[in-house]
Every structure is written in C-alpha cells, then in structure tokens.
Design a protein around this ligand. Structure first.
Ligand code: NOJ
Length: 737
C-alpha cells in the first residue's frame, strides 16, 4: 500500500533538477521502446545468487523464473562458471527480449591468486604492479563467469579504527586517485568490450571512509570541502571511464548514500558528466527505513529512483515497487527510462549486446596460475608492500648463514591467515605461511622452528614456554604477530587498535631472550603499537600479504630483497589521537614541544604520530639535500622543476623514495600543512649521490572553490621534500596566476 502523502513529501525532499540523461544508441532506444514497465523495473534489479552448503552456488527455481520474465538485470555473488553461464543462457535465450545479465562478485585483492590487501598494495607505491594485479584478478574471475566486480574500494580513511581501511589506499586523496585509475584500468583495460575486460564498480560513492567513530554503516557528517578534497578525488579520477559506482551506505548531510541526489545526481552526473551505472550497496534500500527516511519498500524504491540510483542490489524493491509507483505518478517514468537506458548502455559498452558469451569463450582454458606467472606477480607485489618501520642496530636483514630460525606467534604457520579479508576463491590458492616461506627460501640446511599460538589474544603457559625455549636456541627470531585476518574488513572496526590481547607482553618476553629479533606485524590498518615499537629492535609491517606472503617475507627478512614499501597512512600512538593524518589543518598554537601548556598538545602524549605518513626504511641510509627550485615563481600555465640530491650514506645498495609535499602557505582560507603530491625512487650504491626532480604544476595545490572548480589564488607555496612527511626540508616559491 503506497501512502501517497508520505511519498510525495519524500519526493519533494529529493526534488532536484534532473541530470542530463545518458545518451544511448539506436539499438538501446529500440530495446527500451519494446520493454514493458515490469521489464524496465526488472532490468534495474540485481539479485543475489543462492547458496547452500549442499549445492554451493545455484539459481533457485523462482530466481530462474523471474529471470525468464525479464525481472532481473544482474546477479551478485557469482563465482561458479556453470551457474553464471546458465544465468546468461536463460537471459539471452529464454527471455522475451534476450537482454544479457551482469554477473557480479567482489574481487578485492585477487580472485584465485590473492595479492596483498589493498592497503598493502598502496604501501608498495607501484602503480604498474597494482594495475597488473587487477588484470590478473580479472582474468581469474572471468574464468568463473564474472563480468562485473564491486571493486576497487576508493574510500579514503583517516581513521584506522575503521575496518575497511584495509580495503583502501590509506589517507592521501592524491595517491588514492592514482591508484583508483590504475585499478579500474586493470579490470576494464582500455576497451570495456574486450573479451577479457570486466566492468569495475568502484565504491562506496559518498564519504564512506569518513564514517563517525570509525564505525561501518553510519553517518559521515563532514564539510563539503572535506568531501570534495579528501574523499571524492579517487572517484572523480575514474568518473570518465568506470562502468559503475556503488553508492555508500552511510549518510552524507543526513541523506543515505543510496538515495543522495547531491552526490549521485548533482556531483556524479551534472558536474562529472559520468555515464556510469549507480548501484546500491547490498540491501541499502531496505536500510532506509532504519535510517528513518522511508517507511517501507515503496517509499524506499521511489527515493532511490529519484535520488539517482539505477540498480538495486539485493532488495528487489525496484522490481516489485516501481511499476505501481510509476503508474500512480509517484515515481517518474522518465527517471525509470533514464535508469534503464544507463543500464542497457553499459551492457552495450561491455559488448554484451553483441556477444553475451564472448567472455566465456575467452576464458575456456583458465590455465595454471603458476605457469601464467600469477603467483610470481603476487610474490613480487607482496615483497614491495612490506614497510620496515624500525631497524635498530641493523637487526635486519638477518644473516644468511643462520642454522636455526624460530618463528613465534599466532601468525607463525597459518597459510590462510596470510590472505586477509575478502579473499575471493583464494582459499584454494595454496597460500604460503611464514614458516613455510622461510623453509622454502632458506632450504633444508636451516632448521625452522615454528611456534604457533592457538589464539590471537591469549597464550597458554605451554605455548609461552615453547616459544621462549625456541627463541633461546635460535640464531634469528621472527615474531609473527598482529591482528587476525577477520579483525579488519567490513564490519570489523576496533576501538583498540594495538596488538590484540597479550601479544605485546609475549613480544617483550621473546625480545628479552636477547637473540636477533624482528617483529612481523600482520594487520589491515596501522596499529597503535607503542609497546612493541619500544621493545622490538626491528618491525616489519606485513599487512595481509596474500597467497605468496610467506615466501615474500622470508626473502625480505633475509635480505634477498630490500623492503621498499612506505606507510600510506599515519600511525597513531594511541586511538585518542585519531584523526591524525599528514594533511591536517594548522593550529593557531602549534605544538612545538611536549609537554607544553596552552599549545595544541595532549597532556599525556605528544601530538606527533608513532610513524608518519610515508615512513619506511630500507637496508641502507640516505641523506637528502634541501630542495632546489628552478625559479622563484610559477604562473598558471607553467611548471616548476624542483630537485633534491640524495646520497646513500650506508653500506648497502638501496632504493630511496623521495616524497613531495606542498602547502599553500598563505591563502584566503587555512590550508593543510602538507599535501602529498608525488614520489620518485632512486637506487644508489654506497657513497653514490643522485638527483631526483619533481615537476610542480598549479593543479597540484589548487583547492576546491565552488561547484566542481579547483583553483589556487596568488600566494607563497611551500615545497617540502624528504623520505617521509615527518622528515622534510622546505623551499618556497610564489604562485602568480
Ligand atoms: C557490502 C559491502 O559494503 C560492499 O562493499 C560489497 O560490495 C557488498 N556488500 C557486496 O558484497
């Protein structure tokens, strides 16, 4: 029963100027003209394929029947080739109009072969490797019939309590935008109609990463400037070519993401001119009632269509409610047509209208991931994702002539834990544990004693005793600590982001054995691990490194590869410092020393982070010169070369990563103290110097003005270069537009 008055009130709330409709081909228009209103509404419905322990994935008889009637536009949770193929065959051969279906799955960091968690991939600072990883993921997913993926997650996170931090690129909107483009290209290639391209559905449009308190599914009540400068750039970077966007669950300005016309219509369609399909997150229309903005399926569906949503994941409200709503004049027929046009245009762009089975044909022989080099690519990216946070007394790399290695802790020998969350079909990828990786890399002449713990937050007396005994007799000790894989990802937010339970105490006891010891920390977020940082001589951040994690770790720990990853997110000392990120606004009373009164300080801890953004050591040391500018001014159409000399001051060949940060030093509004805007690597032998040059252009310090305009007024600009946000040297030029 549609409550007309209530609905009209809802619709008035979201009344917006209609965006420019997606232009469609004559073929799409002809299809649209033949569709019944039920078929149109059905085309917007994305259903979940059924699953049971006995049958695994299947299509229920009812789902098949709805599909035959043209009431389903796509299926979610596809991961079985024969089920996907059957769905496509019914859609193409047994429906009145033969419109193919979208077949979707979350391919978050690999499909069969699991790559590091996206936060680890971001730490690798290697766009080509990330794009290649997504290409591999797409090829593997294609084999199971997937033609669209709910990935990549582009949410900026400045709050490591948020579990989904693990799925993103960290805190820099600039770096997030670079990665976004690389990842979408990896899935889609340059030609979305190509038989091995799969459509990407970046998520979650809105400010999902700004959810208050680091909690999932809640509100992101931030300023429009923060939305536009910190959260939207990765989405904007792919708006011109991403096939789809998934709307966020959270509210922005009190309106849930799935029905937020400011974001879905005004920004995405009008400002960015995107023709992508907008899909709701799983069951989002059903959640509107709990958000308190709808009073049932009908008002939810009406709000969705009016708000700018084109596909409804999992609720079927579009399919069941829109026909009556449109007939009653409570939802716009023009909006319905426009949404269907957008969906059909995507199917056409994907080549599905020409050959719905081309992708099945192209993936007939999936091949062996080993032979195809997929495992080698996963190992190489894992190696690059590790961040050496601390290396007192050059404990690492361990000497290669060891006889006994002890690997201690909950992650010592658990292959599946290496994968992290959202592992696709990776459970079958034969992942390599830390102990197995050490054995494989060190060979049979080295004894590897693994002392795994049964729990992540506790240790039994027997476990501790065995661990200490192993440490005592080892030439090198690896403390394999951190979060369990299930402690990050969706619905895995934490209020305490230190090592779980007793791990810090165990680490202290093991370090006290006095053997060369390195802590390898697994987690989906930076951890506020003050105690471990004080106690352990060496700390290597491993994130969740994926299928080949164990081998990659062994290679880095024993110096066969150098750690070159850098932190894509600031590490707080304690949860109470959050939000702490490199691009925060200055204070009128900056904390120059601690403790200090009447300055922007905490009384119990410094304001500085445990590890700054961009931090990461290698196996040698470097000295950076101050930045040298090619000129003292820059105009609106110009560019300015900025260089530094980097010298290898250590005893090993190594790779430095020079990082560029900018600041509008004086502007009409207060601007962030640092904005990460570039990096360059240089490999140097001991004693060697090299020059690293960046090119600064005005877009790099332009900021949001109004509408979709980014610009900077005249003024001094600070240029900061160094090995991390915490160790920069500064020069200044004047911008004269
Ligand atoms: C909910 C998550 O928020 C989203 O990221 C995911 O794509 C869908 N579930 C489907 O798995």
């Amino acid at each position: 029963m549609i409550r007309r008055a209530v609905l009209l009130a809802f619709l008035a709330l979201v009344a917006q100027p209609r965006d420019a409709a997606v232009a469609a081909s004559a073929r799409v228009e002809a299809l649209l003209a033949r569709m019944t209103i039920e078929e149109k509404a059905g085309q917007l419905s994305f259903e979940t394929a059924d699953w049971s322990p006995a049958r695994d994935l299947y299509l229920s008889d009812e789902a098949e029947e709805r599909l035959r009637q043209g009431l389903i536009g796509g299926f979610f949770n596809m991961h079985e080739r024969h089920v996907a193929r059957r769905a496509q065959e019914i859609a193409v051969r047994e429906t009145r109009l033969g419109i193919p279906v979208l077949l979707g799955y979350d391919v978050v960091h690999g499909y069969h072969t699991v790559f590091p968690m996206p936060i680890g991939q971001a730490a690798a600072f290697d766009l080509a490797a990330v794009e290649a990883a997504e290409r591999i993921a797409a090829l593997e997913a294609l084999g199971d019939g997937v033609n669209i993926t709910f990935s990549p997650m582009l949410d900026n996170s400045r709050d490591p309590r948020w579990g989904r931090t693990a799925e993103g690129a960290g805190e820099s909107a600039w770096w997030g935008a670079q990665l976004a483009a690389a990842r979408v290209r990896g899935f889609q290639t340059a030609d979305l109609a190509g038989p091995t391209a799969i459509a990407a559905c970046p998520k979650h449009l809105g400010a999902n990463g700004a959810s208050k308190g680091g909690l999932d599914y809640t509100s992101a009540e931030i300023t429009e400037r923060e939305l536009r400068e910190a959260h939207l750039p990765p989405f904007r970077a792919v708006a011109g070519f991403a096939a789809c966007f998934m709307a966020a669950f959270n509210t922005y300005d009190s309106v849930p993401g799935a029905v937020n016309p400011f974001i879905l219509r005004r920004i995405l369609r009008e400002e960015w001119r995107s023709t992508a399909v907008v899909m709701s997150d799983f069951g989002a229309l059903d959640e509107l009632e709990r958000h308190g903005v709808a009073d049932g399926p009908a008002s939810a569906a009406a709000l969705g269509l009016a708000g700018g949503l084109q596909m409804d994941m999992a609720t079927r409200f579009f399919a069941t409610e829109l026909p009556a709503l449109v007939r009653a004049g409570l939802a716009s027929g023009a909006d319905l047509d426009s949404a269907v046009r957008t969906v059909l245009a995507l199917k056409e762009r994907m080549g599905l209208l020409d050959d719905p089975f081309a992708r099945f044909a192209a993936s007939e022989e999936p091949g062996n991931p080993e032979r195809l080099g997929h495992r080698a690519a996963a190992e190489a990216l894992a190696e690059r994702s590790f961040v050496l946070l601390k290396n007192a007394g050059d404990v690492l790399p361990f000497a290669r002539d060891v006889r006994t290695v002890a690997v201690i802790g909950p992650h010592a020998d658990d292959p599946t834990e290496m994968l992290g969350t959202w592992i696709g079909r990776g459970i079958f990828s034969k992942p390599v544990s830390v102990a197995a990786g050490l054995r494989a890399v060190l060979g049979p002449g080295v004894e590897v004693i693994a002392v795994p713990f049964a729990a992540f937050d506790a240790v039994s007396d027997a476990e501790l005793e065995t661990a200490l005994a192993a440490a005592r007799r080892a030439d090198a000790v690896v403390l394999a600590v951190g979060e369990a894989a299930a402690m990050s990802g969706e619905a895995a937010s934490r209020t305490d982001i230190d090592l779980p339970g007793v791990q810090s105490s165990v680490a202290r006891a093991v370090v006290a054995m006095g053997r060369p010891t390195a802590a390898v920390v697994f987690s989906g977020r930076p951890l506020a691990m003050e105690r471990l940082s004080a106690d352990a001589p060496a700390i290597l951040m491993a994130w969740f490194p994926g299928t080949m994690g164990g081998t990659a770790l062994a290679r880095v720990l024993f110096g066969l590869a150098e750690p070159t990853g850098r932190m894509p997110m600031t590490t707080p000392r304690a949860v109470g410092q959050i939000p702490v990120h490199h691009d925060r606004l200055p204070s009128g009373r900056p904390a120059v020393k601690w403790p200090d009164i009447y300055s922007s300080n905490y009384i119990d801890r410094p304001t500085t982070p445990l590890y700054p953004f961009g931090h990461g050591l290698g196996y040698t040391s470097f000295a950076f010169s101050p930045p040298r500018l090619a000129a003292g001014t820059l105009d609106a159409s110009g560019s300015l070369a900025v260089s530094v000399e980097v010298r290898n001051t250590g005893a090993r060949t190594g790779t430095a990563m020079a990082q560029l940060y900018l600041r509008n030093r004086v502007a009409p509004i207060s601007r962030p103290m640092q904005m990460f805007r570039g990096f360059r690597r240089v490999t140097l032998v001991p004693g060697e110097s090299g020059t690293v040059t960046f090119t600064v252009t005005p877009d790099m310090f332009a900021y949001w003005q109004e509408g979709d305009r980014f610009a900077a007024p005249a003024g001094p600009i600070d240029v900061m270069i160094g090995p991390s946000a915490g160790e920069v040297q500064t020069a200044q030029f004047r911008y004269v537009p």
